[in-house]
Design a protein around this ligand. Structure first.
Ligand SMILES: [Zn+2]
Length: 256
């Protein structure tokens, strides 16, 4: 794909991708794709550039989605390098959970799509929390905009604001904390977009200063160490002004 520069030719190729979607999930998948598209479109406006749009369409067009036997030990799993998402059969019973898992797993595929173009390999601590945040923000945005989420003409009984409950509780805090700080500079959505559908190198440059990056960039693992590297104290020091006066109404504060 990288060699094909002509936009029309690229579009033709992307449109020709065929993914397998479990037939039972087709309406849910279409809805979730639309919700994610609208979220970035509305949040980023003009900054939702051709490259970012294309990232979405490539992932949507080439990711296969399967159901997995309910014996498996996860609700959903993204094998992003194989363009595959697996959803636990159990999840079928709960339409709200189904939507949440689909957004979360698509989020992994989007976030990891430029893994090889970035010097920053993905960081697990940041990654899981980011996808839960994406899930929360996409659903809440859709509810704010449309007043409800409907599937096959039936209203999905979401209670606004939706808070995603899951097993990654502690990890959830990293990205929310960072974006909370960035919001004070009006950069939260841009920074979030660079992490999720843009360039992780740009993300790191926008959030941390060069000294911090140099200090915690592990050239062996190609990873910016967060958690045991850039820890809570470093983040607090970096954004001290912002954290001295916590705004409890912030969308990033909820349960953080
Ligand atoms: Zn995950």
């Amino acid at each position: 794909m990288n060699k094909i520069k002509n936009k029309q030719n690229r579009n033709k190729i992307i449109q020709s991708f065929k993914s397998y979607i479990s037939p039972e999930l087709k309406p849910e998948v279409e809805l979730v794709q639309q919700m994610i598209r609208e979220f970035w479109q509305d949040m980023l406006g003009k900054k939702f550039d051709a490259e970012k749009k294309e990232r979405l369409e490539i992932i949507f067009k080439q990711t296969d989605i399967f159901f997995e036997s309910e014996d498996c030990d996860y609700k959903g799993k993204a094998l992003n390098l194989h363009n595959e998402i697996y959803i636990n059969d159990n999840v079928k019973k709960d339409i709200m959970l189904e939507i949440e898992v689909l957004i979360h797993e698509y989020g992994h595929c989007l976030s990891d799509a430029n893994l090889y173009n970035s010097i920053y390999n993905n960081n697990l601590l940041l990654e899981e929390g980011t996808q839960n945040l994406l899930c929360e923000m996409v659903i809440n945005h859709y509810l704010e905009k449309h007043g409800e989420v409907k599937l096959n003409g039936r209203k999905i009984p979401y209670q606004y604001p939706v808070v995603v409950d899951n097993s990654y509780e502690f990890n959830d805090g990293w990205q929310k904390t960072i974006l909370y700080a960035m919001r004070k500079y009006g950069k939260d959505i841009e920074v979030f977009a660079e992490f999720e559908i843009g360039d992780k190198h740009k993300y790191a440059q926008m959030v941390f200063d060069d000294d911090l990056i140099k200090k915690y960039y592990n050239s062996h693992l190609l990873i910016l160490s967060i958690g045991n590297g850039i820890n809570v104290e470093e983040i607090y020091k970096r954004f001290k002004d912002v954290f001295q006066n916590i705004d409890k109404n912030s969308i990033y504060y909820r349960r953080n």
